[in-house]
Design a protein around this ligand. Structure first.
Ligand SMILES: [Zn+2]
Length: 203
């Protein structure tokens, strides 16, 4: 997906935008007030929640990726810390109260029709409640790494779930489905520090 401007008119003064090259990119510019549209990534926050070695996933109730499985997640508000956004989204989508632990990884995505972005995934621990369906997340289900659904949502979710699966299966040797196994899997993901998508221009 191209980061093309969706604006035709200046959001500040209403003049018709023109296109010019600024900092080696074609950008929309307002000829009246000088406003420049810098297209930026959307930021989402999601939660890795395990119970007995199984990962909590929900089915998306709406497009895009309707019916596909994803982590509890959503967009981060402009005045909100991403970790707080993760906690809020888990509460809204599943009814669970969680404690948000550290950042697991950041996943860049370019497959969401609403725009390119990054999904920040946090480890979360259930403090209370039972997972229940919501307007945004249907059929909350804990999946073992060996039996994940094949229809995972894009937007970084498929990358995050696949990374969890690989690390969790490796950690299960010796640690089983224990909390320590989860910790080991997350350490492995953090330590790998691999860019989650192929870098443009990479040889
Ligand atoms: Zn303007």
């Amino acid at each position: 997906m191209h980061a093309r401007s969706a604006f035709r008119y200046c959001p500040l003064c209403g003049a018709t935008l023109t296109v010019g090259e600024i900092e080696a990119r074609r950008r929309s510019i307002c000829p009246e007030c000088g406003w420049i549209h810098y297209a930026q990534l959307k930021v989402g926050a999601g939660a890795l929640i395990e119970q007995d070695g199984r990962l909590l996933l929900l089915q998306r109730a709406r497009p895009p990726f309707q019916g596909c499985w994803n982590l509890p997640a959503g967009y981060v508000e402009a005045d909100e810390h991403p970790a707080e956004a993760a906690r809020r989204e888990v509460q809204e989508e599943t009814g669970l109260q969680v404690d948000v632990g550290g950042l697991v990884n950041a996943y860049y995505f370019d497959d969401d029709p609403r725009g390119n972005g990054i999904l920040l995934v946090y480890r979360c621990r259930i403090l209370g409640g039972e997972p229940k369906a919501s307007d945004e997340g249907l059929t909350p289900t804990f999946f073992p790494p060996q039996r994940l659904p094949s229809d995972l949502a894009g937007g970084g979710h498929d990358q995050a779930v696949h990374e969890w699966r690989t690390a969790r299966l490796a950690a299960s040797e010796g640690e089983g489905s224990s909390e320590r196994g989860f910790s080991r899997a997350i350490r492995a993901i953090r330590d790998s520090q691999q860019p989650s998508a192929k870098l443009e221009g990479e040889r």
